[in-house]
Design a protein around this ligand. Structure first.
Ligand SMILES: [Fe+2]
Ligand SMILES: [Fe+2]
Length: 295
């Protein structure tokens, strides 16, 4: 008998897949003739290495607070997956630098944000330290809502093929997206395990959602200005974002906003978004994930 979506999700064992990508032939505009869409998605590479390393630090800090053995296993699987995601996106950053687009000034700001502003605070009492860890877990849970949304979008975005996007980059986006869908419940379940309160959950989104939008807009602006072929001639606009979404190359801004608002539902749970079966289906065919499985 076919398994239900809930059964597929419950039976998941999160395993890091040690993927490798060859970027040597990646064009600067890997969606041909679409620099705006290319750089809007490239913001992921700017944010994720520092962001996902920070996720793993937060979750390592949370490990001593976990009293449920299964959740602990899931958190360890999450840490393993996010650590590999961070390194995979870092390699794209290194490639951009080799192509004459220097991402480092922007990335330095992101590193400062995650390490200094959102990093662990020294000199806290054990009680304050616990509170600080849970507050940061709430922030991760809110961001993970969006990474799952984006992952689900990447898995269901034929517009990228129509636009002839680079297949290796598509595999990176979909492998990562599939793992985001696969582990989409972990941060939320960890938060509920540590604090069932609605207030903390909401605070994570009220802070995390607008911050993410702000960083994304700044990131697009930065990449377009730093692009050695464009030399600042292409100015970003919401109209281009809307146009890119209509042609299926970018997530729809309205759908993204609606998705953020669903996080406020009292009975929200990440499993209501995306499909674990679809994610596993992609991971079974992903060239990078298949190569990793045979290594
Ligand atoms: Fe990730
Ligand atoms: Fe994630």
């Amino acid at each position: 008998m076919p398994r239900t979506a809930a059964e597929v999700h419950t039976d998941l064992v999160l395993e890091p897949r040690d993927v490798k990508f060859d970027w040597s032939r990646l064009p600067l505009h890997w969606i041909p003739d679409e620099p705006f869409a290319t750089h809007t998605i490239n913001v992921l590479h700017l944010l994720l290495p520092e962001g996902e390393r920070w996720f793993t630090e937060v979750f390592k800090d949370a490990l001593p607070l976990i009293t449920d053995e299964q959740l602990r296993e899931e958190v360890l699987g999450f840490i393993g997956q996010e650590a590999i995601h961070a390194e995979a996106h870092q390699e794209v950053l290194d490639h951009l630098l080799g192509q004459g687009l220097d991402p480092r000034p922007y990335v330095r700001q992101i590193a400062w944000l995650f390490q200094r502003i959102l990093g662990p605070k020294p000199h806290l009492s054990p009680r304050q330290r616990r509170e600080n860890v849970i507050e940061r877990v709430a922030f991760v849970a809110a961001i993970e809502h969006f990474t799952a949304f984006l992952g689900n979008w990447a898995l269901n975005s034929p517009g990228l093929e129509r636009a002839k996007a680079d297949p290796t980059m598509l595999d990176l986006l979909r492998w990562h997206g599939a793992e985001e869908v696969e582990h989409r419940s972990v941060a939320f379940d960890l938060l509920v395990h540590l604090d069932r309160g609605y207030g903390r959950r909401i605070r994570g989104m009220v802070l995390g959602g607008p911050l993410l939008v702000h960083l994304w807009v700044r990131g697009v602006r930065y990449l377009l200005a730093a692009d050695p072929e464009l030399r600042g001639r292409l100015k970003p606009s919401w109209r281009q974002a809307w146009d890119g979404a209509q042609r299926g190359m970018l997530p729809d801004p309205i759908q993204s906003l609606r998705s953020g608002l669903r996080y406020f539902k009292l009975r929200y749970h990440p499993t209501q978004e995306g499909s674990s079966a679809q994610a596993l289906g992609y991971l079974a065919t992903s060239p990078a994930a298949r190569a990793a499985a045979t290594r």
